[in-house]
Design a protein around this ligand. Sequence first.
Ligand code: FES
Ligand SMILES: [Fe+2]
Length: 433
Amino acid sequence: MTLLDGSDVQLMGTAVTASGIDRSGPTQVPVTRYISPEWMAVENEKVWPKVWQIACSTDHVAEPGDFYEYRAGWLSILVVRGEDGVLRAFQNACRHRGNLICEGTGSGLSELRCPYHRWAWNMDGRLREVPSRKGFGRIDNDEFGLIPAQVDTWGPMVFVNLDLDAMPLDEWLEGIPEDVSWASIDDFRCNSLVVRPMPANWKVVSEGFSETYHIQGIHREMLGHIDDVDAPQKLWHRHGVSYQQYGVPSPRLGRNVPDQVVWDTWIQCIGNRIGLDSTQTYACPDVPEGKTIRDVIAERVVAHQASLGVDISHFDTAKATGASQYNLFPNATVLVWSDMINVLSTRPGLTPDECQFVSMNFHRVPPGAPRSQPVTADLPDSTDMGFVMNQDIGIMKTAQRGLHQPGLKHLTLSAEECRVINLHRNLDEWCSE
Ligand code: FES
Ligand SMILES: [Fe+2]
């Protein structure tokens, strides 16, 4: 098995900043990991059937009879809420001739019935009906249940794992739940889950959400209100995090950046967080003596949430504005702000050059807020996903094409890209076992 070649960096368990601490040399990753069917076959055998993956939100499967079908490559896992209120997952395969039993997502099921020849199971996976059963001879319902998978939740996210012997989700998540406990993520609800096809390997997309180095490349507007250079990063064994300060300009812009720049670029990129229209310009508010523009924006974030009935007044300026970006091995990025959570994940496609990009949005709700089904949609490639996300998506397409050039053998990574390196180190472990 090909492992990382070039020098390794020693980051495990070490806090590093986005400007990096390791100067001994870059880490190189073979390009074949992104384009070769052989490497993809190894991932398909050794990674996807064994790792915990985010399938959907708890809001998708909140009520008895709700279901969600999660796909990763050829894999299809059905998540269902039983009539007894228990959340279960099954391999989505009919025990007759293997057809998918359910596709997409929906509500109101009282049984799981294959559309092909109409075999049917109870919501707990036990076989209940076989049309023209006599023709099969003896069939014991207990022996033809749906094949179970593991399912568990963390906050408002539903995870699945095909491996019944895999470690519990709690253990899989390492220190992340404790690290993010300040945000009370149980108080968030999902408002949308959209899936978009991408002409890129799943790692190209995941890695685009695993470093802040590209902000000065493709998101130059964000430099006005995000410190992309000094963001501390931390690695657990499988996962990593970057703590990002919002409402302060990047050191790349030099000193004495006017407050107007911070204000304007905040609105252009995330004006909705303070209830303003990103397509408009607004005069910069006065900054009282002893305060910063970040303090003023933080007060607006808190006030906007208050107008929606949500109290986040206990958060200080840094927490009210900033983001913790968790990168979960192998394929998910969970961005936690005081007022919203964005889960960006990638599902492998059927070839190395394609994947599904999934964006799930969560917002904080007042205590006792009624639940509703999230908007769930497959988006065409032309969909406008917002100013910043459009920039990310555009570069991911050109990245995959560049990787196919025959003279390019390796990617070359800096310590600043330690979360990308950590993904590959973990792939080494999983793929070489
Ligand atoms: S394949 Fe499902 S009932 Fe025949
Ligand atoms: Fe980006």
